[in-house]
Design a protein around this ligand. Structure first.
Ligand code: C5P
Length: 221
């Protein structure tokens, strides 16, 4: 299945307080966008890579990456950034992509094997997402008191990259309620989404401590 990758780097990343958007923060000397681009390009099914960056950061991104990758200005929300990327893909003359993979560059440890894994699982679904079991006990809290303990049987924590049949993702975004990931939109539209085994070390970098942990994990690989 021919695929396009949408790499999402248009968020601010204020909690890293690094003075640059999160995608431009370096992990062991390589910016997060570059790490995600390298993983996506190692995946043979991926023929086109779009990287969504904040308004004003397009030329800096182009300096960091080579010619095969398209830099596109993102939207105000993650969902709008994905929608813009889909418009760019749709507007292209020529190649039609059967699959689209959406990946948050905030997860710089996603391997090309994980990209391969979600794409392979599309054979049996409209969407495929990596997930890991939840090990903590989960509780709902109102103000400072616990209102409910949530049984964790069957609960998983979901990661990116997430792969979709292109037509299903487009239709889901067109009907688009607000959602925290693309899979939720496809689910709301009635699509079948399957889960593949995620990687516990594919952590999302949000804080300075996450960045330090991701760096330590590089040393232990
Ligand atoms: O804000 P959060 O960390 O959940 O964002 C997840 C991913 O979506 C990040 O990689 C971020 O750069 C990207 N994003 C985006 N466009 C936005 C907001 C977030 O591409 N407007």
């Amino acid at each position: 299945m021919n695929a396009a990758a949408i790499l999402l780097a248009a968020g601010g990343g204020e909690r890293l307080a690094s003075g640059v958007p999160k995608g431009f923060v370096e992990l062991d000397g390589r910016p997060l966008i570059v790490r995600s681009i390298d993983a996506a390009r190692e995946c043979l099914a991926i023929k086109v890579v779009l990287v969504m960056v904040p308004d004003g950061w397009e030329s800096r991104a182009s300096e960091l990456i080579d010619d095969g990758v398209e830099v596109v200005t993102g939207g105000e929300t993650r969902q709008r950034s994905v929608a813009r990327a889909l418009d760019v893909l749709e507007g292209r003359a020529g190649r039609v992509f059967e699959a689209v993979v959406c990946h948050d560059v905030a997860r710089p440890r996603a391997s090309s094997a994980l990209f391969d894994g979600v794409l392979a699982a599309l054979e049996r679904a409209d969407g495929a997402i990596p997930a890991v079991p939840v090990s903590d006990t989960l509780k709902r809290v109102e103000d400072d008191h616990v209102s409910e303990t949530i049984p964790r049987d069957g609960l998983v924590a979901v990661q990116t990259p997430q792969a979709f049949r292109a037509a299903a993702l487009r239709a889901a975004h067109a009907s688009g309620d607000d959602a925290t990931d693309d899979a939720a939109l496809v689910e709301q539209a009635g699509g079948k989404v399957v889960v593949v085994q995620g990687d516990p070390s594919n952590l999302k970098v949000t804080t300075v401590a996450d960045l330090a942990l991701a760096e330590r994990l590089l040393d232990t690989r």
